[in-house]
Write a protein of this length. Structure first.
Length: 441
């Protein structure tokens, strides 16, 4: 893909990773004398910077923001729709997360075979229009249908936007970390912006405003993102070549850890607002104040991804991943019985490690999967992981209603333990960490 504003150079180590440059140089050397290398070779060696990278990161923020507006505004929506308890309305959001998972599979396939730029345009305009449709609903079932449409378009980003961003990056860990920060700032914005809009303009405005922002970003992306000469499946030289058994093993572990991590993510991000409302009731009951407190949790925790992203480029992937997920276990266990400011401090702590674990799934795909099929692999693991983890949204209200938040937090500790066990089966070193002449084991 062309670098925004510069001329791509397939043989320059400063403009692409060493692996990609080597492949690009080989393709140039193999070209007949007197003929320039094809645009596909240049695209394979270049990475996105500047305005394109900025918009791809903003898209990540919009993606997470739109999926969590409902969870923040559910109390106000329940009152407007005449539903007695927020817990009874929460299952109507399940379709959004089911589609967020299932839609990843076709999104990844279209990203590799049709083009990532085109799919990102579908993302920006689709999620913008569908979010405005949510604001027009009048019944819970209309709301459920519109939210499912939001989830379908939200499914595009992870298997398309992230591979588009990291393709050809020198330090993918750092790029993934910054991108993760952007996504989690979107979560923080969902809490802060939604709390403010609900208080002063009503819950419907909380869907309309970010929807219009997404459409505006789509117009800008159309203008600044260069057209692709060929889809990824036809242009990128081979970068990673591992035995099929190793790839299958990694995919199974990746799917398991993604599923466990997504369950934890969905339970926490969809439940934290009501958790703080319940456990901080003696401190404040104002929705705007609670929104600011929740936004602060997410804003602080978001920077964990930048730190982890930098560590991924320098530390062994497996053991770093293991330490971060294992730390979640005691934090959730302690939070199960905490109240007031102690609970708030623990919420900051466990969200630091929940967000800190997020970059690993994309880092594993970058390390183990060739760019020609990254969107499809990401789509497959997301379809499974997010499809199963959508149960968290459906279960959240009934579980809290029947057993309380202490049971939910204890359950999260058990899920983190399962994820920790799965990580032990990951190969000791990824291809980027294996010395010449050795194989990942």
């Amino acid at each position: 893909m062309d670098r925004a504003g510069t001329s791509p150079k397939a043989t320059s180590p400063r403009s692409a990773s060493a692996t990609t440059v080597a492949a690009g140089a080989a393709a140039v050397a193999a070209a007949p004398a007197g003929r320039p290398a094809s645009p596909a070779v240049h695209e394979a060696a270049a990475s996105h910077t500047g305005a394109v990278a900025l918009l791809l990161n903003v898209a990540h923020a919009i993606d997470h923001l739109m999926l969590l507006v409902f969870a923040t505004a559910v109390g106000a929506i329940a009152v407007d729709f005449g539903v007695s308890r927020w817990e009874d309305l929460m299952p109507f959001a399940t379709g959004a997360f089911v589609m967020f998972g299932l839609g990843s599979l076709p999104a990844g396939r279209f990203g590799d075979h049709w083009g990532r730029r085109a799919m990102m345009l579908v993302f920006f305009f689709g999620i913008g229009v569908s979010s405005i449709l949510v604001a027009l609903t009048r019944t819970p079932w209309q709301l459920a249908a519109a939210l499912a449409l939001v989830g379908a378009f939200a499914a595009i980003y992870h298997p398309v936007g992230i591979p588009m961003l990291v393709q050809g990056a020198d330090r993918p860990g750092r790029v993934i970390g910054v991108n993760g920060l952007a996504g989690n700032l979107g979560i923080a914005a969902a809490a802060l912006l939604t709390g403010f809009l609900v208080k002063y303009f009503g819950w419907r405005s909380a869907f309309v405003v970010p929807g219009l922002v997404s459409i505006a970003c789509g117009v800008l992306f159309m203008r600044v993102a260069p057209r692709e000469h060929a889809p990824p499946s036809k242009r990128a030289p081979r970068q990673v070549d591992l035995p099929p058994a190793v790839l299958a093993r990694v995919f199974v572990i990746l799917t398991l850890t993604s599923t466990f991590g997504s369950l934890v993510f969905n339970f926490t991000t969809n439940g934290n607002g009501e958790l703080l409302r319940e456990r901080l009731a003696a401190i404040t009951g104002d929705p705007a104040t609670l929104g600011m407190l929740l936004a602060a949790v997410y804003a602080i925790a978001s920077f964990a991804q930048v730190v982890v992203g930098r560590l991924i480029d320098h530390a062994p992937l497996k053991y770093l991943f293991l330490g971060i997920v294992a730390t979640q276990i005691p934090l959730f266990a302690l939070a199960a019985r905490a109240e007031g400011w102690a609970l708030y401090a623990l919420a900051v702590a466990f969200m630091v490690f929940v967000f800190g674990a997020i970059p690993f799934t994309d880092a594993i795909i970058v390390r183990y999967v060739d760019d020609r099929m990254r969107s499809r692999v990401a789509g497959m693991r997301l379809a499974i992981a997010f499809g199963i983890s959508a149960l968290a949204v459906w279960m959240l209200g009934p579980v809290v209603k029947a057993r309380g938040f202490d049971f939910l937090l204890a359950l999260l500790a058990v899920i983190a333990l399962c994820s920790t066990v799965a990580i032990f089966a990951l190969p000791g070193r990824s291809p980027g960490e294996v010395r010449r002449g050795e194989r990942a084991v």
